[in-house]
Design a protein around this ligand. Structure first.
Ligand SMILES: *Cc1c(COP(=O)(O)O)cnc(C)c1O
Length: 396
């Protein structure tokens, strides 16, 4: 048996998405900017994809810009808000310490350009409150950017409340909703969201395509210069096959949120309860306000990398946290943000499920993980020290 439990890194494309893409690689091949009928035909389909995205986000089609993915949408949203702010001499930006690097690295760049970046503390349970945001907003704040759901530990932020605070104070609010879109019901108007990023490959759509929602009236800055595509805000001939695949996958995901959530919660909670029985283990992220497919644990006395390799040998494909930081020896910035000590953070495991997973696969994970953890602990000098009392347990 081989179990794919790394859906926060990427998902398998759905049949719906593949089927939706096929005609755009053969029959409908025009350039939507061309004036002739073959081009205009492509443009009609592009418009229909935009309408589908808008309908499922609760916004207008012209408020959607297609991008190359979540990273580009994050970059564009943040740079746009910063540019708008600079015109009014507002250069204070509020975010959190556990954002995705697409957000954190963009903020770092702005800091070098003279912006003041304030990263809010994240509580031990992986949550940031609207109250914290309210206290941090100043006269010169131009943007609040806070992720909808964390990609490592799965905690889901009180987005509507944070949005309400920003609205009341007249500050732009952007959310990186890459882990939430297609998994949690989103209505940008109802949830007071000014800008939102999403990415198709996190909801069974194709890789390399995403979208940025920006409320009417928000002047976007270009990240990519060139032609007048996407209302002049994102140059480059549109990737129509990918965009059609994304729209189909998004609609399919949104239509099935309730059914998928119900199925996922059963599997997730069984995993959480099972893995919590492993001695000296701790669940990361809030127990309640949590993505339906996310399980994230730290196991004391082991190395996450070794755990992943052994799990893979036993047919379980998982991650230590973010796909982006694997390969580096630094502990996860997310686990640092919630205050896990270094050696605990190194022993982390993320299992991210999709509705394609089965109860049999959960059984398999529940057999394999405790066995492999025990096996690694048997070889670990740190574990021996803990067992023999030369060292204190951090996780009780
Ligand atoms: C995956 C991810 C991104 C990046 O999206 P890409 O489409 O891969 O560029 C950004 N933010 C979060 C929270 C993610 O999980």
């Amino acid at each position: 048996m081989r179990v794919y439990a790394d859906n926060a890194a990427t998902t398998r494309m759905s049949e719906v998405a593949i089927k939706a893409m096929m005609p755009y690689m053969s029959e409908v091949y025009g350039n939507p900017s061309s004036l002739h009928s073959i081009g205009q035909e492509a443009k009609e389909h592009l418009d229909s994809a935009r309408a589908i995205m808008a309908k499922n986000l609760g916004c207008e089609p012209f408020e959607i810009i297609f991008t190359s993915g979540g990273s580009e949408a994050d970059n564009q949203a943040i740079v746009s808000a910063a540019t708008i702010g600079a015109r009014k001499n507002k250069k204070h930006i509020i975010s959190t310490a556990f954002e995705h690097h697409a957000v954190l690295h963009t903020l770092k760049k702005l800091e070098k350009q003279g912006y003041e970046i304030e990263l809010l503390d994240v509580h031990e349970n992986g949550m940031v409150t609207a109250e914290q945001v309210k206290d941090a907003i100043r006269e010169d704040t131009c943007l609040v950017t806070i992720m909808y759901a964390n990609n490592e530990i799965g905690s889901v932020m009180p987005i509507k409340e944070i949005g309400a605070v920003c609205k009341e104070k007249g500050v732009l609010f952007h959310t990186d909703a890459v882990q939430a879109a297609g998994h949690i019901k989103i209505d940008v108007k109802e949830q007071n969201i000014d800008m939102l990023s999403l990415s198709a490959h996190k909801f069974h759509g194709p890789k390399g395509v995403g979208a940025l929602y920006a409320r009417r009236g928000i002047m976007l800055s270009n990240i990519i210069e060139g032609g007048a595509q996407e209302r002049g805000k994102r140059a480059g001939t549109e990737n129509i096959p990918a965009i059609m695949g994304m729209a189909a996958a998004f609609e399919d995901a949104c239509n099935n949120i309730d059914a998928h959530t119900e199925k996922l919660l059963k599997m997730r909670d069984r995993l959480i309860e099972g893995l919590a029985k492993v001695p000296h283990s701790i669940l990361n992220g809030d127990r309640e306000s949590r993505l339906a497919g996310n399980v994230h644990f730290c196991f004391e006395g082991i190395e996450g990398e070794a755990l992943l390799l052994l799990l893979d040998m036993h047919g379980v494909c998982a991650s230590s946290g973010s796909a982006c930081t694997s390969g580096s020896l630094d502990p996860s910035h997310v686990l640092m943000a919630i205050g896990r000590p270094h050696d605990i953070a190194h022993g982390s495991l993320r299992l991210s499920l999709s509705a394609e997973n089965t109860e049999e696969e959960i059984d398999h994970i529940l057999t394999v993980v405790p066995k492999v953890v025990a096996q690694l602990r048997n070889m670990s000098p740190v574990w021996r020290d803990l067992q023999e009392g030369r060292r204190e347990y951090v996780i009780q």
